[in-house]
Design a protein around this ligand. Structure first.
Ligand code: SF4
Ligand code: SF4
Length: 287
């Protein structure tokens, strides 16, 4: 079973559209949305949820009012001013350091894990799908990404799938590192702009640091052919294979609005044909 993650230096480069197209094209696969901070692959895949689990993460102090004698020690010790005058812990301010729980003479403070989101296994028109929903303003998304990947991996092992196809997170932070871990190919999607090249350079350095084999696609290359050439030259100098270049195509937007992949919506379009070509290269070249 091979793992492919589609990533980009920033959001909005077309990574989910490309993941959706590969979901249509690949035969025996499991799909995963590891862009848990801004998950949107479900808009195309329209999953029917089969399993749902709570994502518990981080700890915060909780004061048991029945045991507390309001001595005030915890308030004096907390460096984050997280405990109010009436001895309630502010969950946003609490850093979960455990100091108050350790110091409380009444043993009135417990550290508690909290629900930060949910993760799911679903059925879709293209096969099994592992995905998640992170709560608003919650962190630890790297941990949630690892859980989603683990779910996809377990399903893939069980069903003897050929591929796990992952919509990764944008950027170079903890979630993208978690989504890249152990993959057979990190496919970077970039756009022909100066910032596109800069972002691609950062994500390539990150991927190399974690030994992820890299390939690249230039999306909307025709909007700036000069910059596209610069990106191709950069890839040549850095020994990175450019699997293809996609032209700007408004039918891609129409497909998104319809909640379909471009392969479903316009199977004979230039973009669909190009994506078929790119998928075949991935299927043949990635080991
Ligand atoms: S240290 Fe313990 S007993 Fe004292 S106020 Fe805090 S929770 Fe209550
Ligand atoms: S766990 Fe640490 S940060 Fe949270 S209330 Fe206690 S002392 Fe303050």
């Amino acid at each position: 079973m091979r793992e492919l993650v589609i990533i980009s230096g920033k959001g909005g480069t077309g990574k989910t559209i490309i993941t959706g197209a590969f979901a249509s094209l690949a035969k025996n696969k499991v799909l995963a949305d590891c862009d848990v901070d801004a998950a949107d692959l479900h808009l195309i895949l329209k999953p029917k949820i089969k399993e749902e689990q709570e994502f518990l993460s981080g700890t915060e102090a909780v004061i048991n009012k029945d045991l507390c004698n309001e001595c005030g020690l915890c308030r004096r010790l907390c460096r984050f001013d997280a405990i109010s005058e009436d001895f309630l812990v502010n969950p946003i301010a609490c850093e979960g350091c455990n100091f108050c729980a350790f110091a409380c003479p009444q043993k009135a403070i417990a550290m508690q894990k909290n629900p930060k989101g949910k993760y799911f296994v679903s059925d879709t028109k293209f096969g099994h799908f592992a995905h998640a929903k992170l709560g608003i303003a919650q962190d630890n998304s790297g941990k949630l990404v690892s859980l989603v990947k683990k779910q996809a991996n377990e399903i893939g092992q069980k069903l003897k799938s050929d591929w796990i196809i992952i919509d990764g997170s944008p950027g170079i932070g903890c979630p993208v590192i978690a989504s890249m871990s152990g993959v057979n190919c990190a496919l970077i999607v970039t756009e022909p702009t100066m910032s596109g090249l800069h972002d691609a350079d950062r994500i390539i350095k990150t991927a190399r640091h974690f030994n992820a084999p890299i390939k690249l696609i230039i999306n909307k290359y025709d909007l700036n052919p000069v910059m596209s050439k610069k990106i191709e030259a950069y890839c040549k100098n850095n020994d990175i294979s450019v699997l293809g270049k996609l032209a700007f195509d408004k039918t891609v937007v129409e497909a998104m609005v319809e909640g379909k992949t471009i392969i479903e919506y316009a199977p004979n379009s230039e973009t669909s044909n190009k994506l078929r070509e790119i998928w075949n290269k991935i299927d043949n070249e990635v080991i």
